[in-house]
Design a protein around this ligand. Structure first.
Ligand SMILES: C[S@@+](CC[C@H](N)C(=O)[O-])C[C@H]1O[C@@H](n2cnc3c(N)ncnc32)[C@H](O)[C@@H]1O
Length: 241
């Protein structure tokens, strides 16, 4: 079963995308710079004061980055393989809020409410369940393609990279982030890059994209009240030739 269809990961991702600092990390001395990753993966990598036309958010999960993109892109398509993640994102798009549970420990949880970001434009967004490795050609081309922490969750990451030139319009921006967590449960080891991921991306993308920058972006996922995953994603921004 796809782990992203479980109730535990749905609750974890709703907290990751929509939880406040206090809801996620109610301790002093924690890694606060790792909070709000799904907002920063957009805001730190593209200038939101420049309006754009079409944006595609691949592996959008429960939708936070799609809502961020909708503030300055006139059309946003958010696609994820997990039907229940898309259902939650669509509920937030339509209703503005969604109740979920934050795990404290064992069988104890706290009810919280995820809220759609205020500056978002829900009428500009379409959420769809779909496979990033088998996208319909009817999607067309995009001025912004955002794929945060999707690459190392794919069975065929190289096939995915090969499809990107066909999805990004000339002068369009591609924002890729990945914590380079290559795991056999998602990607058979034969399909892992045999060199550092950054080097591999340069080799695979440079013919059709100009590299604008690489940066390190921390993120924090709370598993329960006393256990967190702190990771450092490698973000890269590319401009279609
Ligand atoms: C590590 S999460 C990242 C989610 C989100 N972009 C973020 O930064 O929080 C990976 C996401 O990719 C989705 N995913 C995995 N394989 C996929 C595929 N083949 N096509 C589309 N989405 C996929 C998962 O369901 C999950 O939501």
């Amino acid at each position: 079963m796809n782990p992203y269809e479980s109730q535990a990961l749905l609750d974890q991702y709703l907290l990751f995308h929509y939880g406040s600092a206090d809801e996620i990390l109610p301790y002093s001395g924690g890694p606060v710079t790792a909070l709000e990753f799904p907002r920063r993966s957009v805001a730190d990598n593209i200038d939101p004061s420049v309006p754009r036309a079409r944006a595609l958010d691949l592996g959008c999960a429960v939708g936070r980055s799609s809502f961020e993109l909708s503030a300055f892109c006139s059309e946003v398509v958010g696609i994820d393989l997990s039907e229940q993640f898309i259902k939650a994102a669509e509920h937030l798009r339509k209703e503005g809020e969604l109740t979920y549970h934050r795990l404290e420990e064992g069988k104890i949880s706290t009810e919280l409410v995820a809220r759609r970001p205020e500056k978002s434009r829900p009428e500009r967004i379409r959420f769809e369940a779909g496979n990033a490795l088998d996208l319909s050609c009817r999607l067309g081309k995009f001025d912004v393609l955002h794929a945060a922490n999707l690459l190392c969750r794919l069975p065929e990451p190289e096939q995915f990279l090969s499809s990107l030139p066909g999805l990004v319009a000339k002068d369009g921006l591609l924002i890729l982030t990945t914590p380079c967590t290559w795991l056999g449960e998602f990607t058979t080891p034969e399909n892992w890059p045999i060199e550092p991921t950054a080097q591999w991306l340069k080799e695979k993308l440079s013919a059709k994209f100009n590299l604008l920058n690489f940066r390190d972006m921390p993120f924090l996922i709370r598993e329960h009240a006393r256990k967190y995953q702190w990771s450092m994603a490698q973000a890269s921004v590319w401009k279609r030739k």
